[in-house]
Design a protein around this ligand. Structure first.
Ligand code: NAD
Length: 429
């Protein structure tokens, strides 16, 4: 056994000193010093050998091995709004979860909360990486044994996509290709893909079914010789549609199980207040209606702007289908459970009920109990009058129905989190 006590028992004068006490040319001391360095090096080497021989050292991480009865899901974009709620639900349902996120839009705070809730080894790991880096993604796949991928990671603002379309094609379309190639190379056989109702453009007929053409009928008449232009109107929708097409083409000659979920407008947050929606402040201008409602209630913005009151809708304002994030993640879990090799399922995830912007504003006022100033302005180019889903297919095939359909209730829950987190995940006051 190593005698660690020996140096301690030496007289005080020969004990090693702080570095300042060793700068004299005392040959005895120098020899002693060199000896101690050698001893330290030997001890370090011995420790490494002992550690390597200890049973726990060589045990591979739980994430790197498939385990009977455990489904390991890679959640891309799991630090984001929907991804963090989905990771939470998967962890509660005993899935093993790896989150990959570059934190460009998401919040490390959300991941930390999940880590605190599920600290046991093999439950949750976070990997900081950019999905545009094919080498890094491939390495992640080679070091981890995934059973399935839920691909949420994306930039996701319609307005921003019209200003910076290349960012959208790169981040959404090309990164999906990177993920898919890694899945194929490493034999990961189940993919759940986050798509959007924006892929439908502006359909002539409501509600939107999965068979509604992903082209604008209006545009089709105008541009039939140039079919490439007859795809969904904004670059965000187009980038998602292209990603869908890549997945569908790949799946034709593969045994992959694929589910494509096209979400409508997502609102709400965890009813127990652990997670919420915390977009980057600089993205406020491009933001979504629920974010604008809370910002107006907090006085961060002067009020709400309702753009367009002369649409052909019951009260003249746009109509949308608001889906609660808790229902949405439930749809993902059902999709994961029902995914079949060599099969593709495409599903709308919405409530089936359209609500006008006016209705939303009233629900927001009641949920926040704030005096919110509302300005009515002209229409915004590119906005569609009505968008709402027909959820028959997902109900029939996945046995999924939206349960959180009370707009005010969903907004009240989200508002509670917002009120307690003035700076998003950076604060809780
Ligand atoms: N929120 C909605 O209303 C809505 C509606 C339809 C579809 N969707 C889709 O749902 C998904 C999630 O949206 P969200 O609202 O949670 O957005 P979000 O911005 O909150 O989350 C996206 C996450 O992806 C990460 N990310 C982005 N690019 C990345 C990259 N290159 N590498 C690694 N991580 C990256 C971000 O950091 C962020 O954490 C997106 O695919 C979006 O298109 C959202």
């Amino acid at each position: 056994m190593l005698n660690f006590g020996r140096t301690r028992n030496q007289p005080r004068s020969t004990r090693s000193m702080p570095f300042g006490g060793l700068d004299y040319a005392d040959p005895k001391r120098k020899g002693n010093f060199v000896g101690k360095i050698l001893l330290a090096a030997t001890l370090t080497a011995l420790c490494i050998i002992m550690l390597k021989q200890s049973p726990s050292f060589n045990v591979p991480s739980k994430f790197s091995q498939h385990e009977e009865g455990v489904v390991h899901v890679l959640v891309t974009g799991g630090a984001g709004y929907i991804g963090s709620h989905a990771a939470f639900r998967l962890l509660k349902d005993s899935y093993r979860v790896t989150i990959v996120d570059n934190l460009s839009r998401g919040n490390l705070g959300a991941v930390k909360i999940l880590q605190e809730l599920f600290p046991e080894p093999g439950r949750l790991q976070f990997i900081y990486a950019d999905l545009g880096d094919a080498k890094a993604v491939n390495k992640i796949f080679s070091e981890n044994a995934f059973d399935a991928v839920i691909h949420f990671a994306a930039v996701a603002y319609v307005g921003e996509s019209t200003l910076d379309p290349l960012k959208y094609y790169h981040n959404i379309t090309s990164n999906t290709l990177v993920v898919l190639e890694s899945m194929a190379a490493h034999g990961v056989k189940t993919l759940i893909y986050s798509s959007t109702c924006a892929t439908y453009g502006e359909p002539e007929k409501m509600p939107i079914t999965e068979d509604t053409p992903q082209v604008s009928a209006k545009f089709l008449v105008d541009c039939s010789p140039y079919l490439l232009q007859c795809v969904p109107i904004n670059p965000y929708g187009k980038a998602k549609k292209m990603a869908e097409d890549i997945i569908l083409d790949f799946s034709k000659n593969s045994d992959m199980a694929v589910m494509i979920l096209r979400y409508f407008n997502v609102i709400g947050s965890d009813p127990e207040g652990r997670l919420g929606e915390a977009p980057r402040p600089e993205l406020r201008d491009h933001g979504r209606i629920s974010g604008a409602c809370f910002d107006a209630a907090r006085g961060i913005i002067p009020g709400l702007k309702v753009k367009g009151t002369d649409y052909n809708t019951p009260d003249g304002t746009c109509v949308r289908d608001y889906i609660d994030v808790n229902d949405l993640v439930d749809a993902h879990v059902k999709a994961l459970e029902k995914a079949q090799p060599k099969k593709v399922g495409i599903y709308n995830v919405g409530t089936g009920k359209g609500r006008s912007v006016n209705e939303f504003v009233e629900a927001c006022k009641k949920a926040t109990r704030a005096k919110i100033k509302v300005n009515f302005e002209p229409r915004r180019p590119g906005d569609y009058a009505e968008v709402y889903s027909d959820p028959t297919k997902i109900r029939r095939e996945l046995n999924w129905t939206a349960r959180y359909t009370d707009l005010q209730e969903s907004l009240s829950i989200a508002w509670r989190w917002q009120k307690a987190h003035h700076n998003g995940y950076l604060s809780s006051s």
